[in-house]
Design a protein around this ligand. Structure first.
Ligand SMILES: O=C(O)CCC(=O)C(=O)O
Length: 250
């Protein structure tokens, strides 16, 4: 673990050997039962309230997508999100993949409505793909059950090790990939994946809610998706612990 995180009071947490192996070989793992019932209720309510308050502006700091209830810059939209970027087991998983100091990249929300959500396969890291060197880790905070038919994320296991260009390998990146798996798990779980792995949202065919928060982290030498210094609001600044400041890099 980054010694600075430990000095700042991050509690020690260890992935199981099976989780480490799954991250190394398949590029993802699921952390079950991370969000307790009370926190889950707050996050669900927060998601809906922020979407309702922001209306047509929701998600605009990062991306707006037709048919998807998107949110962005959640660090500055409620204390309930503080625990996402300071969750010990998640940060242990991020360290395990990146093997060097990192910071928050962004926290966004993503809820595809019925008939929407299908994305092209992509990686979150768009730079050079050097063997064994990774730059981004993303996490999926599942506020609803993620099922095969409500738009669960698909991911191609092992693709974080593939140096080839996905665009050259697939004519239609929205089409099914023969090796893809779906990250399905009950609400309260957190899926973690290597940002070099090919993945995407899928179409929500059942219409059941699929509220997910993406908590992404990036190696410290790179730029954040949401520049936390530029976006920092006074009320966020006032409540941050030294640990929170370090992870946000503010
Ligand atoms: O929410 C998901 O299933 C994945 C979303 C994603 O990969 C993206 O928005 O870039």
């Amino acid at each position: 673990m980054d010694p600075r995180l430990t000095e700042l009071g991050l509690l020690a947490a260890d992935l199981t050997a099976a989780q480490r192996l799954q991250l190394d070989e398949q590029g993802f793992t699921i952390l079950p039962g991370i969000i307790g019932a009370e926190w889950l209720a707050q996050l669900r309510q927060g998601f809906d309230d922020i979407y309702c308050t922001e209306g047509g502006e929701a998600g605009k700091e990062v991306a707006q997508v037709e048919g998807v209830r998107r949110l962005a810059d959640l660090v500055n939209k409620g204390e309930m999100f503080d625990g996402i970027y300071q969750q010990p087991l998640l940060l242990a998983a991020v360290w395990h993949v990146l093997q060097r100091p990192f910071k928050l990249h962004s926290i966004n929300g993503h809820d595809p409505l019925m008939g929407y959500g299908q994305q092209a396969l992509h990686a979150d890291w768009g730079g050079a793909r050097d063997p064994g060197v990774f730059h981004v880790v993303n996490s999926m905070w599942m506020l609803d059950d993620m099922t095969a038919d409500n738009g669960a994320t698909r991911l191609v296991p092992g693709s974080q090790h593939n140096a080839a260009s996905l665009a050259e390998l697939m004519d239609d990146r929205t089409a099914p990939h023969p090796d893809e798996v779906r990250l399905t798990a009950p609400a309260g779980s957190v899926g973690v994946f290597n940002g070099s792995a090919w993945h995407s949202c899928t179409e929500n065919r059942s219409g059941a809610p699929r509220r997910v928060l993406h908590g992404a982290f990036i190696a410290r030498e790179h730029k954040q998706q949401t520049d936390q210094r530029a976006h920092l609001r006074p009320e966020t600044d006032a409540r941050l612990s030294p640990l929170g400041r370090y992870v946000l890099d503010v």
